[in-house]
Design a protein around this ligand. Sequence first.
Ligand SMILES: N[C@@H](CCC(=O)N[C@@H](CS)C(=O)NCC(=O)O)C(=O)O
Length: 197
Amino acid sequence: MIRIYHRRGAGRPIRVVWTLEELGAPYELVIMTPEEAASEEHRSRHPLSRVPVLEDSAGTAFESTGLCLHLADLHPGAGLIPDAGTHGRALVYQWALFAMTEIEPPAIESYRRREDHPELSGAAAQRARGGIDAIDDALQGKGYLVGDRFTVADVVVSEVVRIAGRIGVFESQGRMAEYLAAMKARPARERATARLA
Ligand SMILES: N[C@@H](CCC(=O)N[C@@H](CS)C(=O)NCC(=O)O)C(=O)O
């Protein structure tokens, strides 16, 4: 049985729990207090004491996007990820890693520096918005990022962009607002939200 470690209020574990819900795979969710997340026990699961962490009979693993990709791979029949070696698979890697490197870090930097260094914060927000604009362009005429079906890239990208919106780095409108609303309304995401509450 897969076990996912979450800390109440943490924004990234939903990526993994949503993926599990899309797959219909059984899992156990451990919701830790801040003290439990900071404990030596949790540090043995994650060297920086972060969440999410996945644990199964083989051991522990961390990094939300890596976990989503891994879970999709465990259930190839579910169609959440194209076959390894295909162009579709390359695009899933492309967008998931693009969100994690080109959008999430500058968005978080912008939020953290907003008071002590507004100029740096503004420049970082600009970088994050550039990445979000690229996603917006890729969604032109499409409901999903890769091909014509929902993939794990949509989980990662929509959650990263949603966090950027929540922390005030950009305001979603038009196509991006519609995309985020459609992703949020997926029954599997709603179940994930309810489990994490
Ligand atoms: N890149 C990591 C980031 C994990 C992360 O920073 N998680 C936050 C919660 S959303 C956390 O555990 N923060 C605790 C801390 O920074 O001490 C991932 O995507 O899994």
